[in-house]
Design a protein around this ligand. Structure first.
Ligand SMILES: Nc1c(N[C@@H]2O[C@H](COP(=O)(O)O)[C@@H](O)[C@H]2O)[nH]c(=O)[nH]c1=O
Length: 157
């Protein structure tokens, strides 16, 4: 059975990038995956000065609003790197927080879908035809963590 998620307060809300699970990447602390993802849009861009403001945003909604502001210039390679950036952050989130790692593993081989009615890239969109890249990343992170767990058992023996 497909598992749909979207808002933090709905079922499987911990799969949302807005969930309150911090990550540390290359020595920098980010309150949520969304903070990190939105800030990475400006690495190396003329608007890089906005990065600390995004990092210090009080909420992921605030971070997203700053990152989505169309008057700022995105890094030129954003479309090429955004899936890699997102996967790195989502993997770190589930490696860092054992409780939600168990939730992710408990979904077995079910299909995970970000049920966003407006996002046809990260989510499935209103008519469910979207690319669901966030769901795909979560499924691939789930698989990677399973493999890491097998390896850790093998190397402990
Ligand atoms: N969960 C969730 C959203 N979805 C998230 O928005 C991000 C995409 O942002 P952008 O690339 O700037 O369009 C990505 O993390 C996607 O999972 N958006 C929201 O406004 N509220 C929400 O609760």
């Amino acid at each position: 059975m497909t598992i749909y998620f979207y808002k933090v307060w709905q079922p499987y809300g911990c799969f949302s990038n807005f969930s309150p699970h911090s990550i540390e990447i290359q020595g920098t602390y980010w309150s949520t995956v969304e903070h990190y993802y939105q800030a990475q849009k400006f690495v190396g861009s003329v608007d890089a000065a906005i990065i600390p403001t995004i990092r210090d945003s009080r909420t992921p909604e605030e971070a997203a609003a700053l990152g989505r502001c169309s008057s700022r210039q995105l890094r030129p390679d954003w479309d090429f790197v955004k899936i890699i950036v997102m996967r790195e952050a989502v993997l770190k989130k589930f490696l860092t927080h054992a409780d939600i790692r168990e939730v992710l593993l408990s979904t077995g081989n079910e299909v995970l879908v970000e049920n966003s009615s407006c996002d046809y890239f990260w989510g499935c969109g209103a008519d469910k035809t979207g690319q669901n890249h966030l769901g795909k990343i979560l499924m691939s992170v789930r698989e990677e963590i399973r493999k890491l767990q097998v390896l850790s058992v093998v190397y402990r023996e």
